[in-house]
Design a protein around this ligand. Structure first.
Ligand code: PCA
Length: 202
């Protein structure tokens, strides 16, 4: 099965497209796989408790976690999760950890195991603006991404994290749902990612 997660609204917003996309995909069948959609709390710790419970129950072959990146204008395929919580704003339980490890003595980072270059190529061909992102930030999205990849490293299964832009006139919820469906289809249709640059100059 495929697990897709998104988040509840945070930071004073009343809407988070990532959670709505997960709900829209819940119950569908894609690439021959049942899809389960789940909305995670935007809370350090609790978000990972909910994710791990879903991983244990469902043993997904593929997991795509989604979050909103308010300041970005296209889909961002995250390359790497890093072992730090450093919150610029409080999470939905009021916590603002600074410079804390997610897992003490855990590795510095984990790579996404999604075929991020192939997904970007498929998206661009279909007219979705997309980029490879070198950081998922240090807030709850990166926290969930790190916990996800640590769990998958043990249990097996592929996964990663995608930041979505705010919904807009040209990019409504329907198009976003279609983009995530495509990411799922591409992930099952290839075994090796494309070898093209997704790098950035600093
Ligand atoms: N975006 C936040 C957390 C929840 C969400 O949707 C982030 O980028 O960390």
């Amino acid at each position: 099965m495929v697990l897709v997660t998104g988040f509840e609204p945070f930071g004073g917003d009343s809407f988070n497209p990532s959670g709505e996309i997960a709900l829209a995909l819940d119950g569908l069948q894609l690439a021959g796989q049942p899809v389960r959609g789940l909305v995670l709390p935007c809370v350090f710790g609790q978000s990972l408790v909910a994710l791990r419970r879903a991983l244990r129950r469902n043993r997904p072959a593929l997991v795509i976690c989604l979050g909103l990146a308010g300041g970005r204008n296209c889909f961002s395929l995250e390359r790497v999760a890093i072992n730090v919580n450093d919150a610029r704003i409080p999470d939905n339980a009021g916590a603002s950890p600074v410079d804390e490890a997610i897992v003490s003595k855990g590795p510095v980072g984990y790579w996404s195991t999604l075929p991020i270059k192939a997904i970007r190529a498929a998206w661009e061909e279909a007219g979705f603006a997309a980029e490879i992102s070198q950081t998922a930030g240090t807030f709850v999205c990166n926290h969930v991404f790190y916990g996800l990849m640590r769990s998958l490293a043990r249990s097996g299964g592929r996964g990663g994290f995608v930041h979505v832009p705010p919904a807009s006139e040209g990019m409504g919820l329907d198009r976003m749902v279609r983009a995530v469906e495509m990411a799922i289809e591409v992930s099952f249709s290839i075994s090796q990612d494309l070898r093209v640059s997704g790098g950035a100059l600093s």
